[in-house]
Design a protein around this ligand. Structure first.
Ligand code: NAD
Length: 496
């Protein structure tokens, strides 16, 4: 782990020249010549002018991806050959951890301590995990009569589009790319317009690592243009998507109106952390509750943005959580001492501030919120904790994607479960209890893709990640992710 200070990071940032070209069979400008400025939300400064692709670039990327798939160099390579290719890409990432961490910090305002310790090395680790897994996935021989042999194999789908958000730019891309490439597909990556830089660099690194031409393309551009063109393309076989529930719905429409491609949405959340009245160590729980919502400035799909606490411990816990929120240092993401960086853009800051106002009007008691004065850009918001909010209120039902925590005091376990489950989403949930039986029984009743008991946002490449209901149904990570990128094929040989 690096021990660099803020000045070191600023110095390193000066040495970086971001890649600004799309990647379609190599570095290319957009066909129209259009570019879009990508802005550092921490300063408001333009970082780079990035190729702004449109549907013609998407056509070119799909043609390239299809050609690469049909050529078979990657798709029909042995699992071990593909594994070696993924390991080589992982190595390139590991060789460039500082640069990739900086690109995500500068582009999305993420804390450098997080991108350097988690996002960048985590991305390499995920690639390596899939590289090591892919030659351990077997097909099946079906039970048939002795006169037949029915073999069931997993075939790559073909051309996969990966459309990702800005909150973990590199890591979200890798969550998609690693299993899709491992399975033998060609992939077209569309990064968020707010954070394209690490994806563009990744394309270069993959090419340097020897990934055959056309197997990975990167097409930066507007969601409604490039995202839609991918969603509607007749020669794209699947879309793996992470982003808002609203956009996830659109991809289902695009698929229905085009070629019925598979759509794997990982969408929004409004997750609850439930604290039962048997917990003894309230400081530990308060640390967990604060981390669950304020990490990454609340821009985490699985953020536990609602605290559901039993009355017996409510007052004491709320006091500790509010103290932790007030103690967070909001500041420069390149400063390792910063507790919370800016939100990703002025547009997102305006949305968060507007919801903070809504929340303040709906709450009985308001702690924090609003813009931090005197910062270089209007993107730094203060953590907000809202007490006395009706669980049905707008602020308790809407995904803010910012550092806003609503608190709901309940009397019974049944009430806690009802409030926790009472949103259109079902991505994640937290549970704090010292009772083993209650841990089992309440975790079972919480409707969520992941329930973290006595820990915060539990996540590992070995476990599936995704949700139910309005949070979508795709699963990233684990061997289950390979299901999304392969189709089952039966080859039946009759020799009677
Ligand atoms: P978003 O839905 O606005 O954008 C996500 C991606 O979709 C971007 O690449 C964007 O350009 C593209 N897009 C936008 N509009 C489009 C359209 N009309 N047609 C096609 N593509 C379009 O989401 P965001 O603001 O970038 O990210 C925040 C959201 O992502 C939150 O809702 C968060 O919960 C969600 N998220 C979910 C997970 C998960 O695993 N469930 C993980 C991270 C983030």
């Amino acid at each position: 782990m690096t021990e660099k200070n803020r000045e070191d990071w600023i110095e390193l940032a000066r040495e970086i020249t971001p890649t600004t070209t799309a990647w379609i069979d190599g570095p290319v400008a957009s066909r129209s010549g259009a570019t879009r400025a990508t802005v550092n939300p921490a300063t408001g400064a333009v970082l780079a002018e990035v190729a702004e692709c449109d549907e013609h670039d998407v056509d070119a990327a799909v043609t390239t991806a299809r050609r690469a798939f049909d050529a078979g160099g990657w798709a029909t390579a042995s699992p071990r050959e593909r594994a070696a290719g993924l390991h080589r890409i992982a190595q390139r990432i590991e060789d460039g951890l500082d640069e990739l961490a900086l690109l995500d910090s500068l582009d999305a305002g993420k804390r450098i301590v997080d991108t350097r310790a988690i996002d960048a090395p985590g991305s390499a680790a995920i690639l390596r995990w899939y590289a090591e897994s892919l030659d351990k996935v077997y097909g099946e021989v079906a039970p048939t009569s002795a006169a037949d042999l029915a073999v069931v194999t997993r075939e790559p789908l073909g051309v996969v589009a990966a459309v990702v958000p800005w909150n973990y730019p590199l890591e979200m891309a890798i969550w998609k790319l690693a299993p899709a490439l491992a399975a033998g597909n060609s992939v077209i990556l569309k990064p968020s317009e707010d954070s394209p830089l690490s994806a563009l660099r990744l394309a270069e690194l993959a090419a340097e690592a020897g990934l055959p031409e056309g197997v990975l393309s990167v097409v930066p551009g507007a969601g409604p243009v490039v995202g839609q063109a991918l969603g509607r393309h007749h020669d794209v076989d699947a879309v793996t998507f992470t982003g808002s529930t609203e956009t996830a719905r659109l991809f289902q429409v695009y698929a229905g109106q085009s070629n019925l491609k598979q759509v794997w949405p990982e969408a929004g959340g409004k997750s609850a952390v439930v604290v039962l009245d048997d917990v003894a160590d309230l400081d530990l729980v308060a640390d967990g509750v604060a981390a669950g919502i304020f990490t990454n400035t609340g821009q985490v799909c699985s953020a536990t943005s609602r605290l559901v606490v039993q009355r017996g411990v409510a007052d004491a816990l709320i006091e500790k959580v509010v103290a932790r929120a007030n103690a967070i240092t909001v500041g420069d993401p390149l400063d390792p001492a910063t507790g919370m960086g800016p939100v990703v853009s002025e547009r997102q800051a305006a949305r968060v501030l507007s919801l903070m106002e809504t929340g303040a009007a709906e709450a009985r008691e308001v702690h924090g919120g609003g813009l931090v004065p005197g910062m270089p850009a209007p993107t730094y918001v203060r953590p907000q904790v809202l007490l006395g909010v009706d669980p049905a209120a707008r602020i308790a039902q809407t995904e803010v994607f910012g550092p806003v925590l609503t608190v709901h005091v309940v009397d019974t376990v049944d009430e806690a479960v009802a409030v926790a489950n009472g949103t259109p989403y079902a991505l994640a949930a937290g549970l704090w209890t010292d009772g083993l039986t209650r841990a089992h029984s309440v975790a079972r009743r919480l409707r969520a893709g992941t329930v973290s008991v006595n820990c915060v946002d539990a996540l590992d490449v070995a476990t599936p990640f995704g949700g139910f209901r309005g949070s979508g149904y795709g699963r990233d990570l684990s061997l289950h992710a390979l299901d999304k990128f392969t189709g089952l094929k039966t080859t039946w040989i009759h020799h009677g």
